[in-house]
Design a protein. Structure first.
Length: 673
């Protein structure tokens, strides 16, 4: 129900003084004022709200009923059909629309009183139509996909008691989901769930009553119990779906003989002047013979080299393959770009491959419209959550060949799940772990350090004398000073900013990501009269700034973690920011400015799937509790040519020993038992 210039409205709100636009009227709600004079009624009926009623027909209707036109139409006066062009169907539709409009106006007023904004009211009414009132009377929590749960809960409490059954059951489901999204688990213990649920009660709910509600939800299959843990049926069925596909594919064996693959390996070695180890040859053979295969190992162990060989040899032994028959995927744009450049084959993000449909909020490539590809190679699988993996597997034919590549020692997915580790630990999926390091030299320390971290070997002193590693041990107050010096030296050397990345554990604080971004902006992209600026969320963004995308935007082919540079800023009443992502220029308008932030410094999670020539890792002692083994390992393995660590050795060693997030509680492994 958008604002119509032909209608008269009554707006409710208050006067505010905007820091930029001055005195304004802040509208909290509004209603349409029904016209009472003939001209007003004609304008109302011909406003475009009522299909098939133009100015001439509206005037004819009003000439018939005068000032009582609206009431006569609502009362179903049969004389309406005497108007030229009106019949029974059109008269009925006009009456229905008028009554609906009245009902909507009444609903908006009532919902405004409850605490919903007018835009929220319109969203609900337009989506649920005649069911709207029923939802409000029976279960307001149905609106959780449209309105924030916390707001719905607050409104519910204004109308009902806090321990009503429908609220307790809804809180149990909500808290399971929130705990899983917070921890990455797909299963939660009843104890942790009980504590989480009780945060929403002024008077703690009794544990026996809590368990009764849990058992009720288990009985109606809303939640599932797995080995003394519980989960939402949605989570359980998603992991079960992954298992079913993996299990079925694993039973399919290739009819290509090992001897033929052996011959092609010899040929490939000769043509590329390379000699594979026994384990590497085994990986190539099993990846081609098995329909599901996992290639894993740390940095420098030749995973990319083996992928390249697998693609080449599979093309040779399969025959009549087209480019579309082999699909290379990665969770992020940068990871896809990296694997594409390394293997010399086209790669894309999983989201792009599945073709997200913004209107239907579904992937266009799915079980009803599956991909015809014959082999799918997924790099950085440790980053893939259960929902994305399920949707991908659901969109593939039932005889596809699946090659999963990744390092289980890295950070798991931000979203729920632990797919790579679960599949490896199940022991039921064919895999090869590459452990021989090829990409290193006697003066290099990046890869040896990553192995020490993985094996939880603390450092007795600060390592020195390496060509690619520098540890600057200092107190927190000196971190920014050392970093400033490093950045200025890099600037003097005309360093490629795209390949120079600072990683920090936290956003806030003196040495947090936000402050360090401000520091680095002042070095790499100084204030310049020729560069336009805009202030967003109290932060200055300038043309030329390095930024990172924060959400997936399939429509514009950019994804969470993609790095770009602000190309142009057009300020004014309707500001526009153009950001260049490696040749893909994306336009941002108000409402989308929250989708990016500065990227001179980023979190380790944002860097996952990427590699940089130089990585500077900042580890302030007051942030050391945010550091843990997998985070540290992931940060260190982002560096290709140079790694600099600034902070205390004590913080570094603390992180090595901190096994937080080592174990995720998931259901996937249980299906293989």
């Amino acid at each position: 129900m958008p604002i119509n210039n032909e209608l008269t409205y009554l707006f409710y709100g208050n006067i505010v003084n905007h820091p930029r636009f001055g005195v304004q009227f802040n509208v909290t709600s509004y209603e349409v004022v029904m016209p009472s004079n003939i001209d007003g009624i004609i304008m109302y009926l011909s406003s475009g709200i009522f299909k098939g009623i133009g100015p001439k027909r509206a005037r004819d209707i009003v000439n018939l009923f005068k000032e009582e036109t609206i009431n006569e139409i609502k009362n179903g006066n049969p004389l309406l059909m005497s108007v030229k062009g009106m019949d029974e169907v059109k008269a009925r539709n006009l009456r229905t629309k008028l009554l609906e409009y009245d009902r909507d106006q009444e609903l908006i007023v009532e919902f405004n009183k409850l605490g919903f904004s007018t835009s929220e009211c319109l969203k609900i009414i337009n989506k649920y139509k005649s069911r709207t009132m029923e939802i409000f009377e029976n279960n307001i929590y149905v609106l959780e996909s449209d309105i924030s749960f916390l707001k719905l809960d607050k409104i519910f409490l204004n109308l009902h008691k806090e321990d009503e059954g429908i609220r307790v059951e809804t809180l149990i489901k909500y808290c399971i989901k929130e705990l899983c999204y917070k921890t990455g688990d797909t299963l939660v213990s009843k104890e942790s769930l009980f504590l989480e649920v009780n945060k929403f009660f002024n008077t703690p709910i009794d544990s026996k009553i809590f368990l009764e509600y849990v058992n009720n939800l288990i009985e109606d299959n809303t939640i599932i119990e797995v080995n003394d843990y519980i989960t939402l049926s949605m989570f359980y069925e998603t992991e079960q779906g992954i298992y079913n596909v993996i299990s079925n594919l694993s039973k399919i064996k290739s009819d290509i003989s090992e001897s033929r693959i052996d011959k092609e390996i010899v040929r490939y070695e000769s043509e590329n002047d390379i000699s594979f180890s026994k384990k590497q040859k085994d990986a190539i053979k099993r990846a081609i013979i098995e329909n599901v295969f996992i290639l894993t190992g740390g940095p420098g162990t030749g995973k990319t080299t083996i992928i390249k060989a697998i693609v080449n040899i599979y093309e040779r032994v399969s025959g009549n393959l087209e480019k579309k028959d082999i699909t290379m995927l990665a969770p992020t744009g940068r990871a896809a770009k990296r694997i594409s450049e390394s293997v010399k084959e086209r790669a894309s993000t999983i989201h792009k491959f599945l073709k997200w449909n913004k209107e239907t909020e579904e992937f266009s490539v799915n079980r009803f419209n599956p991909s015809d590809t014959k082999m799918v190679i997924i790099d950085e699988v440790s980053m893939v959550d259960i929902f994305l993996m399920y949707n991908l597997l659901d969109a593939l034919k039932n005889n596809v060949k699946l090659l999963l590549v990744g390092d289980a020692s890295q950070l798991p997915s931000i979203m729920p799940g632990n797919i790579l580790s679960d599949l490896l630990e199940s022991g039921k999926v064919s895999s090869v772990y590459l452990d021989e390091v090829f990409r290193t030299s006697s003066t290099s320390y990046i890869i040896p350090l990553s192995n020490k971290i993985k094996n939880r070997e603390v450092l007795s002193n600060v390592p020195t004398g390496y060509s690619d590693f520098l540890f600057i041990e200092c107190e927190d107050v000196l971190i920014k000073s050392y970093l400033k010096n490093l950045c200025e030296k890099s600037l003097e050397k005309n360093m490629d900013l795209d390949n120079y990345q600072v990683l920090v554990p936290m956003y806030k604080g003196e040495n947090g990501i936000d402050n360090i971004n401000n520091l680095m902006q002042s070095i790499f992209n100084k204030e310049d009269i020729n560069k336009k600026e805009i202030v967003l969320r109290d932060v200055v963004y300038r043309e030329g700034d390095k930024v990172v995308q924060l959400v997936n935007d399939v429509e514009n082919n950019i994804y969470n973690g993609d790095i770009g540079y602000i190309k142009r800023i057009i300020d004014g009443k309707s500001p526009v920011i153009e950001i260049n992502y490696n040749g893909n220029v994306v336009v941002y308008k108000r409402g989308k400015f929250e989708e990016f932030t500065h990227a001179y410094a980023t979190s380790v999670h944002k860097s996952q799937g990427s590699e940089y020539d130089t990585v500077v890792l900042v580890i302030p002692s007051n942030m050391k509790r945010m550091l843990y083994n997998k985070l540290l390992y992931t940060a260190v393995t982002r560096a290709k040519k140079a790694l600099v660590i600034i902070g205390k050795l004590d913080s570094f060693n603390y992180a090595i020993n901190n096994s937080y997030s080592k174990v995720r509680h998931t259901a996937l492994k249980s299906f293989f038992e």
